[in-house]
Design a protein around this ligand. Structure first.
Ligand code: PLP
Length: 366
């Protein structure tokens, strides 16, 4: 917490707005919509809930197909199954570590030949970095399939001057505890289509029709963000820019210290935009002196937490048997990143002295 959240939370308590709805909820939606530059927003209980609502707005239902990035956290894809649809996973490319345009193109061509196009494409911005939308969006447009931008990790990042969250038909944010700003748990759906957002708001509040006696003609969910948590979000939004700056500085210090070591490659940042560097991620390739697991274990022995990169969804037991399109024929890039990738401690409260300690341990191993 930055300290600025408590005033908004206090306001919620003193005005007794301790309910899902209330002035903080509305204000948080407006302030976020204004910050990223979209017409509207719906604050919900998680990023996963926001993806669920976005998919339903795209008309996804039983028997439909949805394309989704494979190299991501599972929350990107579980809502596809909630709706009874079938995921098809798309690999990343080495330039951005995000959805590979050629793999997407191949998946679309195959889907067309089978006479079953997807109802939506979920493009993830991995570790705070935007995918290449100028390559991906025209492909989706050509097949007239809506693009959902999973910006859960990339709030504060930009793509060709535009804010992350505004690059698809729908944008999805997460305010889970691990994200760049948090409401302890929460998410948001962003769009310019206010009618669609109203529909999402309706579904997110148990699809209650306008009648005194609780009338329901559609199935809904209990997905709204509480007014108390929205207060936390309003305070957090004020420090977002500082956090992006800090995370980028953390990345730069790791880069200065570790770049150039044999086998060490940092996650690249394409020239089309600015990553929020949510996490500093690198790969320790075959010719490196130690594997990621060795480094993780050595750091763990010093009470320092580091982790592998996300295990790609096409390799997850729960998604066994679903189709997967690699970046190149018989060459999956995300498998390689999973094998060699390492996420370093990147929290905004990481002190320089702590980071120096981490760096010296890694230098010692490598
Ligand atoms: C965190 C995350 C989600 C899910 O958000 P929750 O708020 O945890 O439900 C979805 N996609 C990505 C890429 C994420 O990192």
């Amino acid at each position: 917490m930055s300290g600025q959240e408590i005033e908004f939370v206090k306001e919620a308590f003193t005005s007794n707005w301790v309910a899902p709805c209330g002035p903080n909820q509305e204000a948080f939606e407006q302030e976020m919509a204004e910050y990223v530059g979209v017409k509207g927003a719906v604050a919900v209980s998680s990023g996963t809930a926001a993806i669920h609502l976005a998919l339903r707005l795209c008309g996804v239902g039983p028997g439909d197909v949805v394309f989704c990035s494979s190299l991501t956290f599972i929350g990107s894809a579980t809502p596809i199954l909630f709706l009874g649809a079938t995921p098809v996973f798309i690999d990343s490319d080495p330039a951005s570590w995000n959805m590979s345009p050629p793999a997407l193109e191949t998946a679309f061509a195959k889907a067309k030949s089978k006479g079953k196009l997807p109802k939506a494409v979920i493009v993830v911005n991995l570790y705070g970095q935007c995918a290449d939308y100028d390559s991906l969006k025209p492909i989706c447009d050509r097949y007239q399939v809506p693009l959902i931008e999973d910006a859960a990790e990339s709030l504060g990042a930009t793509y060709r001057g535009k804010a992350s969250g505004t690059l698809g038909k729908f944008g999805v944010l997460s305010f889970n505890g691990n994200k760049i700003i948090t409401t302890s748990g929460g998410g948001m759906l962003l769009a310019d289509d206010l009618d669609a957002l109203n529909k999402a708001r309706y579904w997110a509040t148990q699809a209650r029709d306008p009648a005194l006696h609780y009338e329901h003609s559609e199935l809904g969910y209990n997905y709204r963000m509480s007014n108390v948590l929205a207060g936390i979000g309003r305070g957090q939004l004020k420090v977002l820019e500082d956090r992006v700056k800090t995370r980028r500085e953390i990345f730069d210090r790791y880069y200065q210290a570790l770049n150039g070591i044999v086998g060490v490659e940092f996650m690249p940042e394409p020239s089309y935009g600015q990553s929020n560097r949510w996490l500093t991620v690198l790969t320790l390739e075959k010719n490196c002196k130690a594997s990621p697991l060795t480094v993780i274990n050595r750091l763990d022995a010093e009470d320092i937490e580091a982790r592998p990169v996300w295990k790609p969804l096409h390799l997850q037991p729960v998604f066994k048997g679903y189709q997967y399109y690699p970046h190149q024929l018989e060459s999956s890039f995300s498998d390689k990143v999973f094998q060699y990738g390492l996420c370093l401690p990147s929290g905004t409260n990481l002190q320089v002295t702590d980071q120096n300690r981490i760096v010296s341990i890694i230098l010692d191993i490598l």
